[in-house]
Design a protein around this ligand. Structure first.
Ligand SMILES: [Fe+2]
Length: 331
C-alpha cells in the first residue's frame, strides 16, 4: 500500500515544466540533522483535550540541517528560476502571502522528488513522533514563498496553516537578510486569534505582545524547522531592506489514511491555484474511501441505527463538507 497519493499525471496549464534538472539523490542532496529544541503543544498551553484531538503532542522545533551544500545550490537555482512562474497573488494571497509558488513539484522534478523523499518523511516522523508522508495535495506538498515586491508588506502575516505538518526551509543566506524573521506566538492559536480579533486561518499584519513572540533562527541556508502548523500561530515578518528571501514549505499528511486528518480542504477550496479543487477532491476521496473500507470491515449486525449514522457521518463528513463548499462556491 502506498503511504500517500501519487502525484497526478496531469499538470495545471499555467505551470511551466522545467527540463534538464539534476536527478534528486537523498544520499547526495540531503544532510539531515536533529533539532536542538522541541516545544510541545502542552508547552504552548494547549489542554489535554485539545492535544488528544491532535495526532501528536509535537508543536514546533528549532531549525535543523536538511539540505547538503550541493542540494541547496540546486534547489536555490530552481527556485530563483521559478520566480517568473510564481502564482498569481489573488485569493488568499490578497491578505496574506506576498509572493509564492504552490505546486512547485509540477514545475520541478528535483523539488518533487525532494518532497517525495521517504528519507525526509521518515526523519520528520521521528521528530514529530507520528508517521508522516508527503502531502497528497500537490499545491501544498511543495510550496515556495518569496518576499513580496513591496517590502512594506509582511512576507506572511499571523495565521495557522491549513495542513497539520510542514517544514519551513530557508533557501537564502539568512546573514544577508534584514528583517523577515519567522516568529511564532507562545500560546494557543485561540489566544493569539483573540488578541488580534480574528478567527480561522485568516492573517493579520499587526503586533502581538513581544514577550510572547519567539523568533526561530536559521543558522544558514539549507536549514529548516518542523511545525504542527495548524496549531502554531505564526508569521514571517516584513523585510527591512530589499533582499532575496526564499523559503520552501513542504507539507505532510498523517498516515495511515484512516488517521485523523487536519487538512482544511474547506478553507483551501477558496484558494485560486489552478487545479486546487480537483487536488482536494482526490485527497478527500482518498481519505474517505479508506474510512469507508474500515467501516465495511468493522460494522456489526448488533450496531444500532444511531451508531451506524454516526459511523457513516464520520467516514464521509469531511468529504461532504468539502463537496458542499465547492458547490456553494460554484453558484
Ligand atoms: Fe504558515
Amino acid at each position: 500500500m502506498q503511504a500517500t497519493l501519487p502525484f497526478p499525471a496531469e499538470r495545471p496549464l499555467p505551470y511551466v515544466k522545467y527540463s534538464g534538472e539534476p536527478e534528486f539523490s537523498a544520499d547526495r542532496h540531503l544532510d539531515l540533522g536533529q533539532p536542538k529544541k522541541i516545544l510541545s503543544l502542552k508547552d504552548l498551553g494547549y489542554s489535554d483535550n485539545q492535544i488528544a484531538n491532535c495526532p501528536s503532542i509535537f508543536g514546533v522545533s528549532s531549525a535543523f540541517k536538511i539540505l547538503s551544500d550541493e542540494g541547496l545550490a540546486i534547489m536555490r537555482e530552481i527556485c530563483l528560476k521559478m520566480y517568473d512562474n510564481r502564482n498569481e497573488s489573488v485569493g488568499t494571497g490578497i491578505n496574506r502571502l506576498g509572493s509564492y509558488c504552490r505546486g512547485a513539484g509540477y514545475r520541478s522534478s528535483f523539488i518533487r522528488s525532494f518532497c517525495d523523499s521517504p528519507e525526509l518523511a521518515e526523519h520528520l516522523s521521528k521528530i514529530a513522533d507520528v508517521t508522516l508522508a508527503r502531502h497528497s495535495v500537490p499545491a501544498v506538498a511543495c510550496g515556495v514563498n518569496y518576499a513580496p515586491e513591496d517590502i512594506r508588506n509582511a512576507v506572511d502575516t499571523w495565521h495557522t496553516d491549513s495542513v497539520a505538518f510542514d517544514i519551513v526551509m530557508m533557501l537564502s543566506d539568512p546573514g544577508k537578510i534584514e528583517g523577515g524573521e519567522f516568529q511564532y506566538f507562545h500560546g494557543t492559536k485561540e489566544e493569539g486569534q483573540d488578541i488580534l480579533g480574528i478567527s480561522g486561518e485568516e492573517g493579520k499584519d499587526v503586533e502581538l505582545p513581544t514577550e510572547r513572540v519567539t523568533t526561530i533562527p536559521f543558522p544558514a541556508a539549507g536549514y529548516g524547522f518542523l511545525q504542527q502548523g495548524n496549531m502554531i500561530f505564526h508569521r514571517a515578518c516584513r523585510l527591512h531592506k530589499k533582499a532575496e528571501r526564499m523559503t520552501m514549505i513542504p507539507s505532510f499528511v498523517v498516515t495511515p489514511e484512516t488517521a485523523n486528518d487536519a487538512t482544511n480542504s474547506v478553507n483551501m477550496a477558496g484558494w485560486d491555484d489552478p487545479g486546487i479543487t480537483a487536488e482536494l477532491t482526490r485527497h478527500e476521496a482518498w481519505r474517505a474511501s479508506a474510512r469507508l473500507k474500515q467501516l465495511v470491515e468493522n460494522v456489526s449486525l448488533h450496531d444500532d441505527d444511531s451508531k451506524l449514522v454516526n459511523d457513516i457521518d464520520k467516514a464521509l463528513g469531511s468529504l461532504m463538507a468539502f463537496r458542499n463548499r465547492i458547490k456553494e462556491k460554484s453558484k
